[in-house]
Design a protein around this ligand. Structure first.
Ligand SMILES: *Cc1c(COP(=O)(O)O)cnc(C)c1O
Length: 354
């Protein structure tokens, strides 16, 4: 018996095996990506995503290879001079790093775990503000009230969210961002090798003004293909198919998010009884609903990992500066409610035993 709580790559929805077989039987994986069969698949997948994730109709969806690629696409195609990167963990910092290689003026604004990022030094007409919606390395989230504040304070700037470990789990206020992206091997519960970029009208206009066309993955070229239900290179057709079938079968995002919040409450209630483990992030408002990070003494964490492995629980290792003093637990929709109950009971047993 395996329980997979790793925050990426993560638990894959069990029904995906059947979808794979269906794709083989249909022959769709062998079809050209300019064929009508593919265009039909891509088009219905986008409609299903919009309907299940409540994405506004005037946002466009494109598929690319990874979240890492999105860092570069955004830098190339939406930024000419300077962007502002807000972060308190490893993924946000990496985004800033990649941006800086192309635009050395990219600014960083680091913040602590239990606070909103500071907007004080940000130019009113900044080109782009970059946030990691859900910092997978430490379980910090950007509060929705803050997202709305940023939108209202920066009506002239583009706002971009890395939502790799929250998209398909969180019900977003999409209008508070112009660019959202996620690779699918985390919260979506699919195999690795594809990412989605969801782009609003303001960002689309801005990309046209910037008019960057030097790369195979220049955004305007990607979008032009997507508007014709094609892709700029042969895509991961298998993953598009799996996504299509998954979106047909999952509940609306609002129900999914509600269930994840309920599990979060259960877990933190269980945690409050533990002596040796506590949340890395104190305030509910900054604690992610989809990735939990628990801290403890080095020896406790080591022992916990050993015991977890013995009992068949795959937990996430700590990351970066929290490597040895934390564990991470994914709260992704592909994980069943029963697995959660079993995990909480395991943690309670561990705490008593050791
Ligand atoms: C995993 C992760 C990435 C990198 O995703 P890839 O698909 O490997 O490029 C980027 N940002 C966040 C927040 C992540 O969790």
């Amino acid at each position: 018996m395996h329980y997979n709580f790793y925050p990426g790559p993560s638990k894959i929805y069990p029904q995906v095996g059947g979808y794979f077989q269906e794709a083989m039987a249909l022959g769709i994986l062998e079809r050209n990506h300019r064929s009508e069969a593919f265009q039909e698949l891509f088009s219905t997948t986008k409609s299903l995503l919009k309907s299940k994730l409540n994405i506004p109709l005037d946002y466009e969806i494109v598929v690319v290879s990874s979240a890492t690629e999105c860092w570069e696409i955004i830098t190339q195609s939406f930024i000419q001079h300077e962007s502002y990167h807000f972060f308190n963990g490893a993924f946000g910092e990496k985004w800033w790093n990649y941006t800086q290689k192309i635009h050395p003026e990219a600014k960083k604004v680091s913040c602590r775990l239990d606070e909103n990022p500071s907007l004080q030094m940000v130019d009113k007409n900044a080109e782009l503000l970059a946030f990691t919606h859900n910092e997978t390395s430490n379980g910090a989230v950007i509060a929705e009230s803050f997202q709305k504040l940023v939108r209202s304070q920066f009506p002239n700037s583009l706002i971009a969210y890395d939502a790799t470990s929250s998209m398909a789990g969180y019900e977003f206020d999409w209008d508070s961002g112009d660019i959202w992206y996620a690779s699918v091997q985390k919260c979506f519960g699919l195999p690795a090798g594809m990412a989605l970029m969801i782009v609003g009208p303001k960002a689309i206009r801005r990309a046209k003004e910037v008019d960057e066309r030097d790369h195979y993955n220049s955004f305007n070229f990607i979008l032009k293909n997507a508007l014709n239900n094609q892709t700029h290179h042969t895509p991961n057709i298998a993953n598009i198919f799996l996504l299509n079938r998954l979106m047909q079968n999952v509940e609306n995002i609002s129900a999914i998010h509600k269930n994840l919040k309920k599990r979060k409450e259960q877990l933190y209630r269980g945690l409050s009884k533990l002596e040796k483990l506590s949340p890395l992030i104190q305030f509910d408002k900054f604690q992610s609903d989809t990735v939990f990070c628990l801290k403890g003494e080095k020896e406790v964490i080591l022992k916990l990992k050993e015991e977890a492995e013995k009992e068949g629980f795959i937990l996430g290792n700590g990351y970066g500066e929290w490597k040895e003093t934390t564990i991470r637990i994914a709260n992704f929709p592909a994980i069943s409610n029963q697995d959660y109950i079993d995990l909480i009971n395991f943690l309670l047993r561990f705490d008593k035993m050791n």
